[in-house]
Every structure is written in structure tokens, then in C-alpha cells.
Design a protein around this ligand. Sequence first.
Ligand code: AMP
Length: 286
Amino acid sequence: MILFKTAETLQKELEKLRSKNLKIGFVPTMGALHAGHLSLIDECKKHCDVVICSIFVNPTQFNDKNDFEKYPVTIQNDIYLLETNKTDILFWPSINEVYKDGIEDLQHFDLGYLETILEGKYRPGHFQGVCNVMYRLLNIVQPDYLFLGRKDYQQYLVLKKMMQQYFSNINITAVDIKREENGLAMSSRNMRLSEEAKNKAASIYQSLQLIKQNISEENFDILKVKASQTLLQNGFDKIDYVEICDAETLLSVNKLNGKKPIALIAAFIEGVRLIDNILLTKIHLL
Ligand code: AMP
């Protein structure tokens, strides 16, 4: 694996690869890598000749400064995992390298209602930060394929919208959520949890399963209350939302009505905010 810290050196290498007509795949991450990230790398390898991973903890997408400062950094282990998984290139830039003009005057992206609901409602400005960093990274890397996790489902829809406008030539692939044996979705944030909380946090998956198993019979509002109770009874301290939405628009739905629904949850345990989701039909979406 070759490690690049500057856009200039990375781009020189990419020019060489492009001149050989190699297909370039990109997996952007914030590091603290786990098997979920590696499943994106594996998917990328299936479709592309060259796999580029970036590690960059993006300051502009953290609406909570404390969350940014506590974000786990495990770069030695990340490099080891990427090497072992045969990643070709790691791009590991500094904040100044990505935000050459600083992080104050950011570009505004038109995301419509998508940035004011669910994650957008509870993390104001978050998706503008996500789009700002991805706009910069995609301009630097200019991949043929981009690989994103369904774990951050709303982020995936937001980026699809941004990319339709600015990067319509890049193919986006969404990769399924990788889970621990107990169902807990893998996340870098899980590293901040005690072993006890990691066990209890699996109730987020149980709540999603409860919704999925009862979706055709139960009233949606009652299902959301039951899912919330499951979370609170199992050690979650605070719930931002438990929602059932249309998977294409993310607008709230209260009956099946031929729609393709998705259940989404954001909740806190031991002060750590976790998100998860589950598609409620067997149809493979988007
Ligand atoms: P992050 O480092 O958290 O910004 O995540 C980088 C990418 O990995 C994003 O596209 C995430 O959706 C994806 N990702 C994170 N966790 C998982 C997981 N458990 N399963 C699949 N993809 C994931």
C-alpha cells in the first residue's frame, strides 16, 4: 500500500493509473477502522482495479465539538488492517490539506428537506459538513466508483443528491450493514462503550427487528413506542428518534401502502450516540 498525505502527490499517482485505463474505486472513512469498513474495501476490490481508502476525521461535520475531540484515532492499527486487506492506496491528509482556505467559509449545498429531518434535525449543519468534505475528496480522487455504507443511510441519500449535481459520472454503491454477532452495527463509536454497554446496545437491533417483524399487523405509532420502550428498558439513556420512513424519500410513513419502508433509530448509551436502520421489505432497494 502507498500512503499519500498530499493531494498533489496522490493526483500524480492517479494520473499514471488512469493512463493505464484502470478502474479506480474510493472508500472514504474517518478511520478507527473495523470489519464494516473492510467490507466496503472488499466490495470495492470486486468492482475496481485500484482501491483507494481515505482516513480523515472531518471537523466540519461535527456539530458537537466534544464528539469531534473524542473521536477515536487508531492510525497504526488502521494502516495494518488496510495493508492486510490489500488496499492499494491510503490518502491520509491533514485538515489544512483538505480545507486549504480554512473551515469557516464553507460552500453551501442545496439538500432540501433532507438536511432538516432525522440526523439533520438533531445534528444541524452535519450534512453541509459531510458534503463539503466529500466534494473536496471527490475532486481530489475523481474515482470511477464510490463505496458507502448503508449504516449511514441518510448520508448515503444526501451524497447521492449532491453527486447527481456535481459528480454524475461517479457510480455509487451502497454496502450492507456489518454487525457484531449480537446484532450491534459495527461503528467506530462502539470503541467508546464499556463491554456491558456493548451488550446492551444490541437492543437497538432488537428494536429494529421488532418493527420489522410486526410491520404488517401493527399500527406504526404503537410499533415506534414499543421499539422506544425496548431501548429504554435495555440501558439507552436518551432517544433522538425512532422512525419509519419511505426508503427513497425518508419521509415518515404510517402505513405500508406499496411503499418501501425503512426503520431508523438514533439513541444514546453511556453518552455515546449510536445510529442504525433496517429495511422493512425484502426488496433490494436503490
Ligand atoms: P465512517 O468512518 O464512520 O465515516 O464510515 C465510513 C464509511 O463506512 C461510511 O460509508 C459508513 O456508512 C461505512 N460504515 C461504517 N460502519 C459500517 C458498518 N457497520 N457496515 C457497513 N458500512 C459501514
